[in-house]
Design a binder for this molecule. Sequence first.
Ligand SMILES: *Cc1c(COP(=O)(O)O)cnc(C)c1O
Length: 388
Amino acid sequence: MSNKQFETEAVRTQIERTQFLEHSSPLYLTSSYVFEDAEDMRASFAEEKERNIYSRYSNPNTSEFVTKVCKMEGAEAGFAFASGMAAVYSTLAALLDSGDHILSAGNIFGSTHSLFTTIFPKWNISHSYFKIDDFDSVESLITSKTKLIYAESPTNPGVDVLDLEALGKIAKKHNLILVIDNCFASPYLQQPIKFGADLVIHSGTKLMDGQGRVLAGITVGNAELVDKIYRFSRITGPALSPFNAWVLSKSLETLAIRVDRHCENALKLAEFLEVHDKVNWVKYPFLKSHPMHEVAKKQMKAGGCVVAFEVKGGLVAGQKFFDAIELLSLSANLGDSRSIVTHPASTTHSKLTKEERLASGITDGMVRISVGLEHIDDIIADIKQALG
Ligand SMILES: *Cc1c(COP(=O)(O)O)cnc(C)c1O
C-alpha cells in the first residue's frame, strides 16, 4: 500500500497484525527479542536480516510511528527519540565533527540555541546566525567549515516564516545538509522535503500528540543521513519508549482533523486581536499583515496553532494580562487541545540575554498563544476580558 492520501496513511499505516487479528495495534512492552538459534543470533547481529534485537535499537511500536511520519513527510527513513531536544541533539551530534560549523536561522527554540552556545562549543562545533529578514546574508555567512543549515519555520515563539524553497536552493548549491525543525507546522501543514530539506525534525510533544500527554521527538529524511543518526543513537540511547510511540501512532490518526480546527480557531483569534486597541501588533502566518504571508501560503496548507502578539504597556501590562486569564492555561507547552498562553521572555527564552531576545523579536510584552480546540467564542471571550 502506497501513495494514498495523507489522512489515509495517517489512519491506516500499521504494523502487521498478530494471530489475534487485533484492529488497533498492540503495545509491545519488551526490552529485547529472542533468537531462534545460534545462526539466527549471529545473522541478526551481523545485520544480515532486518529484525528487532533490542528496544534501544528498534521496537514494533516505534517502527510503526516512524513509518507513519515518513509517509506523512515523504521521507525515506527516520528514527524516533525520547523528546524533541533528543532529536535535535542526536541528529546534529551524529552528523557533525569537531571543527564543523552550523549556519542557523537566528530565531530558534530556546533549548536549541543553548545547545549551540553552551554544549557544542565543548567539541569545537561552532555556529553563526543569519537574520531571518536578511536572506541575502545567508550565503555570505557560509564558510569552508559549514556543514549544515538549520532553521525552523514557522519559528518558536515569533511565528516568523522562512522561504524553505530558497533555503533549499542555497543548501544544494553549496552542498550543505538542510535540517528543518517542522514542529510548528506539523507534517499536515508543511512537508519541507518537497522544498529541498534533507532532514526534518519534530517535537512529537506538540501537535503530533496534540493532547499534552507524552514527550517525543523524531527525525526523518534522507536514508543515508538517517542511518548515521541511527548508528549514533543505538549507541547513545535516546530512543523513544514503546508506550509513547503507541500513544503517538494513535494521535496521528486524528492529526489532520485536529490541526484543521486549530488553524481555523487561530486565524479567528488573530483577526480579533488585529483590531483590538490594547494590542500593539499580531503575528500569524495566514494574516495578510504577516511580512511573509505570500511565502507562508506557498509552503503551508494553513497558518498553524500559534499566534504571537504584544500587549500595549510592556511587561507590566503583560503580567496583568496573564493574571487575568481564566479559561486558558498558563503553561509552556503548545499544540495541545487546551489553549495555552505563554510569556516567552520569562519562560522558554529566559536563558537568552535581553539583546539576544530582542534580536529574535521577543519583546517583554510579547504573548504566545497556542490556540486549542475549545469553542473559539470561549477562547476569544477569555482573551477579551483579560485584555480589559
Ligand atoms: C518544543 C520544541 C522543541 C523541543 O521539543 P521537546 O519535545 O520539548 O524536547 C524543539 N523545537 C521546537 C520548535 C519546539 O517548539
